[in-house]
Design a protein around this ligand. Structure first.
Ligand SMILES: Cc1cc2nc3c(=O)[nH]c(=O)nc-3n(C[C@H](O)[C@H](O)[C@H](O)COP(=O)(O)O)c2cc1C
Length: 508
């Protein structure tokens, strides 16, 4: 039970606000250690299969509450340590990173997006304690894992990637898996419609190499911001500053015209080669199947810089749930909530949650709202389905605890009539080729569709079959008096009986 000083019936919302994301990657390891959320492994491991397979068991063998991150202190053939699952093993790890309780995740994102903090450039940073340029910079020095052993053709770098626009100089950050070709070159899964592609093509379309950097273990907030689906032009470093409540410190890269986070463990600098295209993949995709190989841009590595005793941090993806689905799901719910409320004027939307068991950005979102009229919930559902890559949108009233499967299931039975409350958008998906349900056997992908389930109240079904809030509050006093086992008043009950139910004044 959370100890918030409110007596036997605590309300975790009293923790909202005032807390900042963990400042650095090493601090994060300390905090996770204190909370039992990380395990150090001293036995030497083979990066070609052991870290990936152990990470898979973390996600596929343990219940979410028991998942941990792993730090491999000895990876055969590398002098660097390897860590995975620190930030996104579970909602607990993610909350430890952001410095909040689960109920405050969305508010934290909304606040960071409304109050971004511009990065500052500093003269030097720990990420450049050791600098290897040109031929000295060898990818095989790093403990880059193979993520789907036996099926991926090579090790893959899965981390924050920074690109820059040739004319505006604006930087963009995303996470794009990158296949190692040899010691000095890679092939990048830059999504053709993505922002990284827009930036790199602003150089390569004019025959110029495009600067690019893979940043390993930056400030944790920066890694989270990189996974957020943000509008083009909003630098993720600013949002990360908003999450931290302080600017991200950046230093000039050593071989490219880029700014990179000063506190990172390792930075791999390179340039995308104009006209350089190679086959990338097959790769174990986030949706649970092997992704098809395809022609993608090649980059040459121009430098590797790192801290002394650097730790290589790698995000696991492949069959969900994974670190990728946990991070993307928890991050993008807040991003969508902010867009709806503050950019699109949908002020009646109160909350949003994305499942952590699929692609995060392509799975299931549940929206809570107070509809203004009978069709409002459907309009919002269609809006969310259209503006995001999410496949399923469920809309419920704001009196439903959207994080409780029991409450959600109740609303889906009590307030949803499939024949009249379902909208199907056919052929509306942006990334059909990534949806295995319509994956072609040969030729073009099918037209992926979307579903909107409107489980809001459409007809007055009368009062809820519960005693009054007053009696239920008195029953909590009786509960205490009888010495029955204490519990946290669930959010669903707080939504039905009022936020103060069970709250006691703290004696001074
Ligand atoms: C572990 C992980 C791997 C990812 N791999 C890719 C990828 O290979 N290509 C891609 O386009 N997006 C990938 N994503 C999603 C993007 O990072 C995310 O959508 C981000 O918002 C893209 O940034 P952009 O819109 O600035 O390009 C991945 C996300 C995670 C967490």
């Amino acid at each position: 039970m959370l100890d918030c000083g409110g007596g036997a019936f605590n309300t975790p919302t009293s923790w909202l606000g005032g807390l900042m994301a963990v400042a650095g990657f090493r601090e994060l390891i300390d905090i996770l250690g204190e909370r039992g959320l990380v395990r150090q492994i001293d036995r030497p491991v083979d990066g070609a299969w052991e870290p990936a397979c152990l990470a898979k068991w973390i996600f596929h063998g343990l219940p979410e509450d028991e998942r941990i991150g792993l730090i491999f202190n000895k990876v055969i053939g590398s002098r660097f340590r390897l860590a995975t699952g620190l930030i996104g093993a579970s909602e607990r790890s993610y909350c430890a990173t952001l410095g909040v309780v689960p109920e405050a995740i969305n508010a934290t994102w909304v606040n960071a997006l409304l109050n971004p903090v511009a990065p500052v450039t500093v003269g030097q940073g720990p990420c450049q304690q050791v600098v290897q340029l040109g031929e000295q910079a060898r990818l095989s020095d790093l403990p880059i894992p193979v993520w789907t052993p036996g099926k991926d053709p090579a090790p893959y770098i899965t981390t924050l990637v920074i690109t820059r626009h040739a004319e505006t100089g604006e930087q963009n950050t995303g996470i794009y898996r990158t296949q190692v070709r040899d010691d000095h070159s890679v092939v990048i899964n830059l999504n053709a419609a993505g922002q990284g592609t827009r930036n790199t093509r602003s150089y390569t379309d004019h025959g110029r190499p495009a600067p690019i950097a893979w940043v390993i273990a930056p400030d944790p907030a920066f890694l989270l911001a990189a996974s957020a689906k943000l509008p083009y032009g909003l630098d993720e470093a600013r949002v990360a500053g908003g999450l931290n409540g302080a600017p991200i410190e950046m230093v000039r890269a050593r071989s490219q015209d880029l700014l990179v986070p000063a506190s990172a463990e390792i930075v791999i600098e390179g340039e995308v080669i104009p006209g350089g295209i190679e086959t990338e993949g097959p790769f174990g995709e986030f949706a649970g199947y092997m992704g098809h190989p395809g022609p993608r841009p090649v980059a040459r590595i121009t430098a590797i810089t790192h801290r002394h005793e650097a730790i290589y941090y790698a995000l696991t993806s492949q069959m969900p749930p994974s670190e990728s689905t946990v991070i993307q799901g928890l991050t993008n719910a807040g991003v969508i909530l902010k867009m709806l409320k503050y950019d699109l004027g949908e002020t009646n939307v109160t909350d949003a949650v994305i499942d952590r068991n699929f692609g995060g950005a392509m799975g299931h979102i549940v929206i809570a709202m107070d509809p203004r009229d009978a069709a409002h919930s459907k309009r919002v559902g269609v809006l969310v389905a259209t503006m995001t890559a999410l496949k399923r949108v469920t809309v419920v009233n704001s009196d439903v605890d959207i994080r409780s499967p029991v409450s959600l299931d109740w609303a889906l039975n009590a307030r949803y009539n499939p024949a009249s409350d379902t909208v199907i958008l056919d052929g509306a998906a942006q990334y059909s080729h990534m949806d295995p349900s319509v994956r072609p056997v040969a030729g073009k992908p099918g037209a992926a569709s979307k579903i909107i389930v409107d489980a809001t109240i459409k007809h007055d079904a009368g009062p809820l079959s519960l005693p009054s809030a007053e009696l239920m509050g008195r029953a909590l006093d009786l509960w205490r008096e009888l010495g029955l086992p204490p519990f946290d008043v669930p959010k669903q009950s707080r939504l039905r009986f009022g936020e103060d139910i069970g709250k006691k004044e703290v004696p001074t």
